[in-house]
Design a protein around this ligand. Structure first.
Ligand code: G
Ligand code: G
Ligand code: MN
Ligand code: NA
Length: 255
């Protein structure tokens, strides 16, 4: 079978699912959000990560269908957790470069998911990478405004790895910056990375944006981020991306 055919069959079988990586709020020490991360979960094998299938899905024109599935999963589960009183909890969904370049379609998809699944728009965030946003700032501004008008949040993902003009950044109706894990990795050993991390957190505060640090793996990194008054952390120290039932179990523990 060709890969394209296998992916079509997998879509029909609902083998593309969202896993959820928790985001810990440092002021309250509670899980206040998750990032939905795509997985291909075949009936008879281990889950496959997005690095392996997203590029192929883009090439074969299947990315919209897969991302719609992830968005639906994200909205459905998050709506459930909030309805069960396990929240308030939000969910962040990644937007691919290709989706970003067709804003009408993207907004249609988001509206459809929100309308049919009953999630509060404020509980949804969309993640655009810094390079996607900055390669086409006009389009980014339009897309982000469309989300903003609906009350949907917008994060810049992998912040610090691209080339951001601060004047452009300021014009975007953003809600959050996500510090790329390459800076978080060495905050306790590399003075430059510590300075960059601290500067991004301070800038977020100045622009009235939440800041979430990604890739937090150690207690020392967490202590540094607390000292800098970073808002949220995400990383293996808290948990990996988990299947929805496991994330729900974590929420029930009242973390
Ligand atoms: O989960 P992980 O470990 O392997 O994710 C790898 C990359 O895939 C991340 O950069 C993430 O942004 C991207 N990714 C994960 N899920 C999705 C998705 O649903 N849509 C898109 N476009 N990218 C995703
Ligand atoms: O969208 P983004 O590129 O930010 O996706 C997050 C990616 O980072 C996923 O591939 C996820 O599995 C990975 N990740 C999440 N937490 C950690 C961590 O603590 N350490 C490392 N090395 N990778 C992580
Ligand atoms: Mn992301
Ligand atoms: Na990221």
């Amino acid at each position: 079978l060709t890969m394209r055919h296998r992916m079509r069959v997998a879509l029909e079988r609902n083998e593309f699912r969202a896993y959820f990586q928790p985001q810990l709020d440092l002021a309250s020490n509670r899980i206040v959000g998750t990032e939905a991360l795509a997985r291909w979960v075949p009936e008879d094998g281990p889950p496959v990560g997005p690095g392996e299938f997203i590029p192929i899905a883009e090439e074969y024109g299947l990315i919209d269908a897969i991302c719609l599935r992830i968005l639906e999963d994200a909205c459905r589960w998050t709506q459930r957790w909030n309805a069960l009183g396990l929240g308030p909890i939000s969910v962040a969904v990644n937007i691919s470069g290709r989706q970003f370049h067709d804003p009408e379609r993207l907004i249609g998809t988001v509206d459809h998911a929100l309308n049919t699944l009953g999630l509060e728009p404020a509980a949804l965030e969309l993640e655009l990478t810094e390079s996607t946003a900055m390669n086409d700032p006009e389009n980014a501004s339009t897309v982000i405004r469309m989300f903003h008008e609906r009350g949907v949040g917008c994060c810049i993902d992998d912040f610090g790895t691209g080339y951001s003009s601060l004047s452009v950044l300021k014009r975007f109706a953003l809600t959050k910056l996500k510090v790329d894990r390459s800076f978080v990795c060495d905050v306790t050993t590399d003075a430059n990375d510590a300075a960059i991390c601290g500067a991004i957190i301070a800038m977020g505060r100045a622009l009235n944006l939440k800041v979430c640090a990604e890739g937090v793996e150690t207690e020392d990194q967490l202590a540094f981020l607390r000292a800098q008054a970073c808002d949220q952390v995400q990383g293996f120290l808290i948990a990996r991306a988990l299947p929805p039932d496991d994330l729900e179990a974590l929420l029930r523990q009242g973390v």
